[in-house]
Design a protein around this ligand. Structure first.
Ligand code: SF4
Length: 294
């Protein structure tokens, strides 16, 4: 029998209160971009084929993700909602009118719906907009990335995480070969590839052995790093938190924080030392975007 837990808002979708119907996305208030000092908000933009800090807007064409990687926080479960394309284009137009030439597509998996994103890319052509997005390796391999490039895509992040991610039991079955092919496919299309690296996944052979560093060094891509944080609301947290909190589910934020501290401290590799080695690599993104001294 399924163990009973105290009722809370993160219980199964059927037990959630449903006081309000879904609001049509095009009925949301339109952001007043003209009131925002857009030039003050920066992110990595691409200039001359290199990532540099620069003014960057943000747009979300579709929210949610249908994959269910257990370390990922998906507040809407594995459901997705696409914004009407007219609304997406209007938000981009308003940001361009406010002086921005570059935006970041915050969509979790750009290209996941080929029809929706294909139409979006066709409508982005010729607008003079540069953009960076984020996606998964298999989506890159299935997509016409030259269409993305023609639509202004200049950089694309891959949730690569680790060359051994498929064997870590976090429900992200992407092979090392797929990551490598996706990076090359993007690069060949003129899109700067970026890889998210996630250190400290459970039973990650590459992280435990230190192979992760050599793999990252050999990627023809820029990469950014995070150490795994066990976040309440994720399946991985439910699986691992009690073991790192004296056998009990945490009940305070201090205990939540302690779970991750204890997890990292007992991980069978020195994550801080490995992170230090990663940050010394020339393709670590932090080494690309630090403004030159003098
Ligand atoms: S890590 Fe990426 S692919 Fe996996 S569930 Fe989260 S957003 Fe989706």
């Amino acid at each position: 029998m399924r163990p009973r837990r105290p009722h809370n808002l993160l219980d199964s979708p059927d037990s959630r209160p449903r006081p309000y119907p879904n609001i049509p996305l095009d009925a949301f208030a339109f952001p007043a971009f003209d009131l925002v000092p857009t030039a003050d908000y920066t992110a990595e933009v691409i200039s001359g084929g290199l990532p540099l800090p620069g003014p960057c807007g943000m747009v979300l064409a579709a929210r949610g993700c249908t994959y269910g990687c257990t370390f990922c926080h998906l507040p809407f479960g594995t459901r997705m909602r696409n914004q009407p394309l007219d609304r997406v284009l209007a938000e981009i137009g308003a940001q361009q009118a406010a002086g921005l030439e570059f935006v970041f597509f915050l969509d979790y998996v750009f290209g996941i719906n080929r029809t929706f994103y294909g139409e979006l890319c066709e409508r982005l052509r010729g607008r003079g907009l540069g953009w960076v997005g984020q996606t998964r390796a298999e989506i890159v391999l299935k997509s016409d990335v030259s269409q993305w490039a023609r639509a202004g895509c200049q950089g694309m992040w891959l949730g690569a995480e680790s060359p051994a991610i498929a064997g870590t039991g976090v429900r992200k079955r992407v092979s090392e070969e797929q990551i490598s092919q996706a990076v090359i496919k993007l690069r060949d299309a003129g899109i700067v590839p970026f890889a998210f690296v996630l250190m400290g996944l459970p039973d990650d052979e590459a992280c435990v052995s230190g192979r992760l560093v050599d793999w990252a060094a050999g990627l023809p891509a820029w990469f950014g790093i995070n150490q795994l944080y066990l976040r309440p609301g994720t399946t991985l947290y439910d699986q691992l938190a009690p073991a790192h909190n004296g056998g009990r589910t945490p009940t305070t934020w201090r205990e939540v924080q302690e779970v991750t501290r204890h997890y990292r401290a007992t991980y069978p590799a020195d994550l801080d030392a490995q992170q230090q080695r990663l940050t010394e690599l020339p393709n670590y993104l932090g080494n690309a975007i630090v403004p030159a001294a003098g």
